[in-house]
Unconditional design. Structure first.
Lengths: 213, 346
């Protein structure tokens, strides 16, 4: 029997990804899902799940250490990994937006100072429109950069918009809307073709079933 | 592996490490050549460390070997150099490629000859039970792009979506560029992988003449593969669309369980030699030697190699004249020696 290793992005996406996998027939015990272990096996032994930081999901899958992964598309857009993306999942819906402090004047001249966790997405977006930007790369609490005047605006992931609102920021523009994706290693896609197409099919079916409720 | 090439009458060819960047740009297309390390010559022209050997072999065929009788059969082992910004898994700047090129043969026989050599290499390395090779023909995709009247930018976009098996975005893309019925049919392209059966399924969905010719070629090739009882090692995968611009027909990729990325690839490149003066049909393949070594090392006892290397006669002595007279005498007979420095110090 072929075992598939699935890398799952820890954090925001993790509980939703586990729930989706369970609906698709991956048998996980309550013990397994609530423990802090970084690698668990399902009851049937067909799947092994590993939990890694979102940005590391494509790394594990590209090396073939994991055959598949579940990760937000923001990570894929930012790191542009060489992976297959056969399925868009109906979890983790969010937007990547440009936001600025309420009432901040729009800069007319000179470089736009921009803080973000997503330098490549930001550079690509503004580059396509010929806007020169001065990128400041941060690793978290990006909203602060705009509030405290480190940057004119920010590019960040927004789920509900609440954090922005509470910090007095408003959305200027939506760069893209995204969901989580199932990603697959190119070699595994060939060598474990049957197991992978089975996983894709059951994920699709479980999403359709819940969509029609 | 070189002995296998020799067995199929392939001659080893050496190509320059440094050459003009424009040569690779012509050969590989701008997108792929861009991965080369570039620098300028004394006269200001752009040079590159070779990112690819096939372009250089194609040029040699069109110039140095222009007068030689066809077909030409060449093989090589050579390092290539690429910047690796995209992929985490293939980050190495330098990798060794081992490959073969068959130039001047435009037939199913030429395609099959190349696949035959690959099968023999994998058998000799005892990897044939662990491997899976995918076959495709770029003309299947080219026919669809032509049918949809895609410009070069849209064509690239569609190719990337198919290549990533990105079903959701592909359907959205196709909805913009074709009728609803066509979109539904063509979106199936990325799911078409398997054995002979998928060819008839493909014929139902894809009906333009250019793609149909390519499907015919694949079917003929598959019949030979079946007759040779090699069908369990091959898969047809119409969603495997190569990024390398120079391929014009058959393409293939080689995967081995235990390696996270592909270990080899190749295909037909009938247009490549035209950029060097004379258009000729050609087909070739390349193995990533480092990936192959990695796979072979798994479950291999490395200490057996080390023992072998210690089997040498130790020589030592205070008198350097005697020591090196003895050393030279033993070397003349081809004996393996090691000069022992430590004893001399004592």
């Amino acid at each position: 029997m072929t075992q598939l290793t699935i890398a799952i992005a820890k954090g925001r996406l993790q509980p939703k990804a586990l729930e989706l996998l369970m609906r698709a027939g991956v048998e996980l015990s309550r013990d397994a899902t609530s423990s802090r272990r970084l690698a668990i096996e399902d009851e049937s032994g067909r799947y092994r799940l590993i939990f890694v930081k979102p940005a590391d999901v494509p790394v594990y899958v590209e090396h073939g250490i994991a055959d598949c992964g579940i990760v937000g598309r923001d990570v894929l857009l930012e790191s542009d990994p060489d992976l297959l993306q056969p399925l868009s999942l109906d979890i983790g819906a969010c937007r990547i937006v440009v936001a600025a402090r309420n009432g901040a004047p729009e800069r007319q001249l000179g470089m736009l100072r921009l803080a973000t966790k997503y330098p490549r997405i930001a550079a690509r977006h503004f580059g396509a429109r010929g806007v020169a930007i001065d990128l400041i790369e941060l690793s978290g609490s990006v909203e602060l950069a705009s509030v405290l005047g480190l940057a004119d605006c920010i590019v960040d992931l927004v789920e509900t918009g609440k954090t922005l609102q509470e910090n007095g920021l408003r959305i200027l523009e939506v760069i893209t809307e995204l969901q989580a994706r199932l990603v697959v290693n190119r070699a595994s896609y060939q060598l474990k073709a049957e197991a992978i197409s089975e996983l894709i099919k059951s994920l699709e079916e479980s999403m359709e079933a819940s969509g029609s409720d | 592996m070189i002995s296998i090439f020799d067995g199929w009458s392939y001659e080893e060819i050496t190509t320059p490490t440094v050459d003009y960047y424009s040569l690779f740009e012509h050969g590989m297309g701008h997108h792929q050549a861009h991965y080369a390390f570039r620098f300028s010559d004394t006269d200001g022209r752009m040079l590159a460390l070779r990112p690819d050997v096939t372009s250089l072999v194609a040029r040699a065929a069109a110039t140095l070997f222009a007068e030689r009788q066809r077909p030409l059969r060449f093989c090589y082992v050579a390092p290539v150099f690429r910047q690796q910004p995209r992929s985490h898994a293939e980050w190495k700047r330098e990798s060794t490629q081992i490959g073969g090129e068959l130039i001047g043969g435009n037939s199913d026989a030429a395609d099959m000859e190349i696949l035959g050599i690959i099968c023999e290499v994998l058998e000799r390395l005892e990897l044939d039970r662990r491997c899976s090779m995918t076959l495709n023909d770029v003309e299947v995709f080219n026919g669809i792009a032509e049918q949809l009247k895609l410009g070069s930018e849209a064509r690239d976009e569609m190719r990337e979506l198919v290549d990533a098996r990105n079903a959701a975005d592909l359907e959205r893309f196709l909805a913009h560029h074709s009728s609803a019925a066509d979109a539904r049919a063509l979106a199936q392209l990325i799911r078409l992988s398997g054995k002979r059966k998928i060819l008839s399924e493909a014929r139902r969905l894809i009906t333009n003449p250019r793609s149909s010719l390519a499907l015919d070629r694949l079917e003929r090739l598959w019949s030979v593969i079946e007759a040779l009882q090699l069908a369990d090692r091959f898969e047809i995968d119409l969603g495997d669309v190569s990024r390398l611009d120079y391929y014009t027909g058959l393409t293939f990729k080689i995967y081995i369980s235990g390696a996270g990325t592909r270990v080899g690839s190749g295909g037909r490149y009938d247009g490549l030699t035209a950029s060097f003066g004379k258009a000729e049909p050609a087909v070739g393949f390349v193995f990533e030697l480092d990936m192959l070594t990695e796979v072979l090392r798994q479950g291999f006892d490395e200490s057996s190699l080390i023992k072998q290397s210690t089997a040498a006669t130790k020589l030592s002595g205070q008198n350097l004249r005697d020591l090196f007279t003895a050393a030279r005498r033993k070397r003349a007979t081809g004996e393996r020696i090691v000069i022992n420095w430590n004893e001399e110090v004592q």
